[in-house]
Design a protein around this ligand. Sequence first.
Ligand SMILES: Nc1ncnc2c1ncn2[C@@H]1O[C@H](COP(=O)(O)OP(=O)(O)O)[C@@H](O)[C@H]1O
Ligand SMILES: [Mg+2]
Length: 260
Amino acid sequence: MTEAAAPGRIDVHDLAVEFPRRGEAPLLAIDGVEFSVSGGEIVSLIGPNGCGKSTILRSIAGLVRPSRGQVLLDGGAIDGPDPRIGLVFQEPRLLPWRTVARNVAYALELAGFPRPVREVRVLELLRRVGLQDSATVLPAQLSGGMRQRAALARALALEPEVLLLDEPFSALDAMTRDRFNLELLRLWGRLRTTIVVVTHSISEAIFLGDRVIVLGARPGRVVADIAVPLSRPRTIDQLDEAAVSATAREIRRHLDLVAA
Ligand SMILES: Nc1ncnc2c1ncn2[C@@H]1O[C@H](COP(=O)(O)OP(=O)(O)O)[C@@H](O)[C@H]1O
Ligand SMILES: [Mg+2]
């Protein structure tokens, strides 16, 4: 008996993105990016500043049109924003005049969910990210970490198959970050969405990912695709295992090569 593939499979095929520039040749941000993510898998993307990590995520989310190549979700081409894909930006882009609950409800309003359904779903989402007591406050009253939680709840509102996270915890201190990463993995344990997460931190990339994809300097392309030898569910203590230092060394070697 063949098992049906889990939903949320992403295929990034020969992806290139150019940005037009006034009075200059277009900027080639990424060129020939190629990788796949299985449904329910967690993949970390790491690479030097400006190598096109955000551009890759925005292309998968259908927010950037490729100059060449394509992105497939469950075998079908992505050619615009898709409710099956949730994105958390580098800076949480919450609507400042809406309360936390109404920010999370926004996508549900646009999708035409009736108010009683929205209210139940929003409460559940806020509970999942630990913001149940902040439903009625405005984004400006939240800490940076809480704003990212709200953005995460909003990205989960339409029950996406794929969650794209662009350096979600980079503004947080190390301890808060560890805690958020553990919570993220716990959430994943229940939802089993595909996750692609961009990070600057080698240990975070290893802690979260089944694989770590290393990107080279601009124009970005994949220079290494490294399997993480850790079982799940994960604990912070696993980061002390010898296999993790070997993986970190391999990632660093590739990053040093592309930085040279
Ligand atoms: N909308 C845009 N218009 C023009 N240039 C852009 C745009 N978005 C990104 N770039 C450029 O493309 C390159 C890759 O950017 P980005 O994907 O943000 O890199 P990263 O996330 O890896 O730091 C950078 O040189 C950046 O300045
Ligand atoms: Mg970026």
